[in-house]
Unconditional design. Structure first.
Length: 374
């Protein structure tokens, strides 16, 4: 009896181990690395034009991995994808997908209807980069690669690790999905474009798109992206230029500490943004303009510039456009939950708010100047 029981248990376990045997083999998979969603062209069936960049392994005759592009149209993204699967005879596989690009024309219909299919996919990773594009999104999937890195990989590297880190702009799918579901925060997406570079083409960050609800509203310009990064506590890797004593001093921020304090005065929210910044001044600028004697003056001038930039950005984006990509509403609900519950609409309350910024700057290095001697 004991032996029979053991045989039955072994048979049951063996059956469980073969549960994934129905999965298609790898050669029957279409390994998707990048996806571009555009509007269907004139003359095509009204709906979406979906372009996927799929992995094509290197062979004995090629030194680098290659890629293939497949395109189909459909009334929905799902329908277009199924058409690609039928045309290729392979099943799309999204575990290696790195970027999803949407044209501005597509997002005018709303981000959520276009994103819903991808968020429901069990294969799609939460850290997939999302971006809006100028012109056709499919054009970004044909930019120059780098060695074994295909266009989708180049875009993902740029957004994750390059000068336009996607974390600053809430461009990862998990972050975007979370911000779409809360009534007190708006989202941003990187805006990408194709730029000519000699005989080739490269992808560039053309701005940061702010959304109201799930539709693009406007694009942050250069100064506004600085303020956005500071408020979010990111030390931008770009060179910041500050006029000082008749010179243009270039500097780079090494750290940014940001805190949002909220208060309620006479039934109106008031926000104070406190910034602490550490930076290095370039050697050329330091040699010409910055000395130990005027270093405190330089730090004060930079702090004032940061305050002005942040307050002007908040005035335009937050108070005038009623767009909260800075998490001020989140700060209010955390620090004053009872007051927030009395509001019928956070967006309608935004014009009643007041904002100010207080910045403190410390120069860590100024060329060959020993700032520790002051």
């Amino acid at each position: 009896m004991k032996r029979l029981l053991c045989l039955l248990v072994s048979a049951a376990l063996t059956a469980c181990l073969t549960a994934c045997g129905g999965a298609p083999p790898l050669k029957e998979r279409l390994i998707v690395e990048g996806i571009a969603v555009d509007e269907a062209a004139e003359g095509e069936e009204e709906g979406f034009a979906l372009t996927v960049q799929a992995y094509a392994p290197s062979s004995e005759n090629t030194t680098h991995n290659r890629y293939q592009l497949f395109r189909a149209t459909g009334k929905t993204v799902y329908e277009a994808l199924r058409t690609i699967d039928q045309n290729t005879g392979r099943e799309s596989f999204f575990a290696d997908t790195q970027v999803i690009l949407f044209s501005a024309a597509v997002l005018e219909r709303g981000l959520w209807p276009n994103l819903d299919f991808f968020m429901r996919s069990s294969e799609m990773g939460n850290n997939v980069c999302l971006a809006m594009t100028k012109g056709k999104a499919a054009d970004l999937l044909t930019v120059e690669g780098q060695g074994d890195r295909m266009p989708a990989g180049v875009l993902a590297d740029m957004l994750h690790y390059g000068k336009s880190k996607v974390e600053r702009f809430s461009g990862e799918m998990m972050t975007v999905g979370a911000r779409l579901t809360v009534p007190y925060a708006d989202l941003t997406l990187p805006l990408l474009a194709v730029e000519r570079q000699g005989e080739g083409r490269r992808a560039v960050l053309a701005g940061v798109t702010c959304f109201i609800d799930d539709r693009p509203a406007f694009v942050l310009n250069g100064q506004m992206t600085w303020a956005y990064n500071w408020i979010r506590g990111y030390a931008d890797e770009r060179a910041f230029v500050l006029p000082f004593r008749g010179e243009l001093c270039a500097l780079r921020f090494q750290r940014i500490q940001a805190a949002i304090e909220s208060a309620v005065e006479e039934g109106r929210p008031r926000f104070t943004l406190r910034l602490k910044a550490g930076c290095n001044v370039s050697e050329t600028a330091a040699f010409q303009a910055v000395t130990l004697e005027n270093l405190p003056e330089f730090e004060t001038a930079l702090a004032k510039k940061m305050e002005q930039t942040v307050e002007q950005t908040l005035q335009t984006v937050f108070l005038q456009q009623h767009c909260d990509v800075f998490d001020l509403g989140r700060s209010l609900i955390q620090q004053h939950p009872a007051y927030f519950q009395t509001l019928s609409s956070w967006r309608q309350t935004i014009p009643l708010c007041t904002v100010q910024c207080e910045a403190e700057v410390s120069v860590k290095r100024a060329g060959q100047l020993d700032v520790n001697r002051r």
